[in-house]
Design a protein around this ligand. Structure first.
Ligand SMILES: C[S@@+](CC[C@H](N)C(=O)[O-])C[C@H]1O[C@@H](n2cnc3c(N)ncnc32)[C@H](O)[C@@H]1O
Length: 246
C-alpha cells in the first residue's frame, strides 16, 4: 500500500491536519481571499477535498461544489460537515490520477499540499492534465502547496504541535534526492501511546511547478505567496499557482 492510500494515516493524524483552527482559516479565506473569489454559482472541483474544510464554505456561498477524495473516511466526514452546515455538495470517491469529467468545471482547486504524491513524476503531470481536461475553456486551476523555497526557510527546526485533546505530534523533515523530494516522519503521542507514520512527496519550486502547469496545457500561469495574491517572494507562506485553460 502506498502511504496516501492508508486510511488510518489520514484518520489518526486528522486532528493535526484538519483542526478546527484550520477549518476557521479555510472559511475566512473563502470569504475574503481574492484568488478564491469566483463568479456566482461557479462549478468548483475540490480535488483531494479531505473532510471538506473548503467544500463547506464554498458551498455555503453558493458555489456548486464537487469534492473528490480517495478516502471513504474523509468523504464521510465531508458529507457530515455539509449536512451539519445544511449545504449541498457532490462528493465522489475517486483517484486524482484518473478522475476526469471533461469540460465540467469553472475552477479546479487542489489545496493544502495535496499534490506531488505519486512516485512516478509522469503521474503527477497526469493529475494536472486531468484537471485541465475537466475545466471549461477559460476555467482556472489553483494549486496550493508548501513550496521548496518556503520550506527551505524553516526546515530543520524541530516541530512539536500540541493538540486540543492533550496529545501531541512531532514532525521531522528529511530532504531527499537533492531537494527533489521530502520525507516527513510523524509521531503522534496520545495517552502514552506513540503512533508513527512517514510520507514522501515531491517538492516543487515556484518555477518548477509553473513549468509543469504550462506543460499540462495551461496559459497565463502565475505563482503567488498566498491566496490574497501576494508575490511569491521571501515573505511567502505558501506556493499558490494559478493557470487558465485556454
Ligand atoms: C493533506 S490532505 C488535504 C485535504 C484538503 N484538501 C484540505 O485542505 O484539508 C490530502 C487529501 O488527499 C487525499 N488523497 C490522497 N491521495 C489521493 C488520490 N490519489 N486521489 C484523491 N485523493 C487523494 C487524502 O485522502 C486526503 O484527504
Amino acid at each position: 500500500m502506498r502511504w496516501y492510500e492508508d486510511e488510518a494515516f489520514w484518520s489518526d493524524f486528522s486532528s493535526t491536519m484538519f483542526s478546527a483552527r484550520r477549518g476557521e482559516s479555510a472559511a475566512r479565506l473563502v470569504e475574503s481571499a481574492s484568488l478564491l473569489s469566483f463568479p456566482d454559482g461557479a462549478r468548483v472541483l475540490d480535488l483531494a477535498c479531505g473532510p471538506g474544510l473548503f467544500v463547506v464554505p464554498l458551498a455555503r456561498r453558493g458555489d456548486r461544489v464537487t469534492g473528490v477524495d480517495l478516502s471513504p473516511v474523509m468523504l464521510g466526514r465531508a458529507e457530515a460537515a455539509c449536512a451539519a452546515s445544511g449545504v449541498p455538495a457532490r462528493l465522489v470517491r475517486a483517484d486524482m490520477l484518473t478522475f476526469v469529467e471533461p469540460a465540467s468545471f469553472d475552477v479546479v482547486l487542489n489545496v493544502f499540499t495535496s499534490f506531488g504524491y505519486f512516485d512516478d513524476p509522469r503521474d503527477n503531470a497526469r493529475v494536472l492534465r486531468n484537471a485541465h481536461d475537466s475545466l471549461v475553456p477559460g476555467g482556472q486551476l489553483l494549486l496550493d502547496l508548501m513550496g521548496k523555497e518556503v520550506l527551505a526557510g524553516w526546515i530543520g527546526r524541530p516541530q512539536l504541535v500540541e493538540l486540543d485533546d492533550g496529545a501531541y505530534v512531532i514532525q521531522r523533515d528529511t530532504i531527499l534526492d537533492g531537494w527533489r523530494r521530502l520525507r516527513t516522519d510523524w509521531t503522534l503521542v496520545r495517552e502514552e501511546k506513540a503512533r508513527e507514520a512517514s510520507i514522501t512527496c515531491w517538492l516543487y519550486s515556484g518555477a518548477e511547478l509553473c513549468a509543469m502547469v504550462e506543460e499540462a496545457g495551461f496559459t497565463d500561469v502565475a505563482c503567488f505567496g498566498d491566496f490574497d495574491g501576494a508575490p511569491y517572494d521571501q515573505h511567502a507562506s505558501r506556493l499558490v499557482v494559478r493557470g487558465i485553460r485556454p
